[in-house]
Design a protein around this ligand. Structure first.
Ligand SMILES: [Zn+2]
Ligand SMILES: [Zn+2]
Length: 250
């Protein structure tokens, strides 16, 4: 027998469920029917997106009001003085109180499902830029196994997996590892952060990274100390290009 039109199609089911169990915003707790499950349109508008001119290397936004040609590849003072080890860093937004609350709910309050929304926000704003860079492998800044057990999920891996699946880029798992259990970077000053993560990462199978363009993913780019350590070992493994993608940057 031919199957008939399902009684409730997925769109209708979703609307029905929204009425019975309204989605609530993780930030303001108001019920909403916005594009993402966990952040209402009102709070979404508060996210400080990076859209204006920015450094062609590290992605830091320039504090200028006039527009500049992106193709001219202007660099910030820091990248001119001491260029970073990575080739390009991209972020969706700057790190302010709203973003801090989103990231903290995602990382510290057992809400791995927020990752799905972060992936769709990243793709909404950076899809084309990532595609232009055409990375051949995605890798994430990993948690130490002990922290992974405490948290139950690796927030940067969830982002990697979502982006890799959508853009059809293979995702590496378990090759870049954090060998040292370190104090959370958030509690430390700039200098302490560098010391804290020094030598904390290793690549177990360099052949996977050799001569390839790698996209390294993390949730937040803060002082860059953690990213720098990861980039160092990825470069040592022989990666051709290393791009960094984070949801937010300080
Ligand atoms: Zn809200
Ligand atoms: Zn820069």
């Amino acid at each position: 027998m031919e199957s008939s039109e399902p009684f409730i199609r997925s769109g209708q089911l979703k609307r029905f469920l929204d009425i019975i169990f309204p989605r609530r915003c993780i930030l303001c707790d108001s019920p909403h029917d916005g594009d993402t499950e966990t952040i209402c349109p009102n709070c979404m508008d508060k996210i400080p997106l990076i859209r204006g001119p920015a450094c062609a290397r590290c992605g830091i936004p320039f504090k200028i009001t006039y527009s500049i040609e992106e193709s001219l590849n202007y660099l910030c003072g820091e990248c001119r003085n001491s260029p970073p080890l990575f080739d390009r860093a991209l972020s969706v937004c700057q790190y302010d109180e709203t973003v801090r609350d989103i990231i903290s709910a995602y990382k510290y309050h057992n809400k791995p499902y927020i990752g799905k929304d972060l992936v769709s926000i990243i793709l909404k704003f950076l899809d084309e830029k990532i595609t232009e860079l055409s990375p051949k492998l995605i890798i994430h800044v990993p948690l130490h196994i002990k922290r992974l057990k405490e948290r139950g999920y690796d927030q940067a891996y969830i982002l990697s997996e979502g982006i890799g699946r959508y853009l059809d880029i293979p995702v590496s798992y378990g090759n870049l590892v954090r060998t040292r259990y370190t104090a959370p970077q958030v509690s430390l000053s700039g200098g302490e952060r560098m010391e804290n993560v020094k030598g904390a990462f290793t690549v177990t199978d360099p052949s996977e990274l050799k001569d390839r363009s790698i996209l390294l993913i993390d949730d937040v780019f803060t002082t860059g100390a953690t990213i720098r350590e990861c980039v160092k070992v990825i470069k040592k493994a022989g990666a051709r290009k290393i791009y960094v993608l984070t949801f937010a940057r300080v």
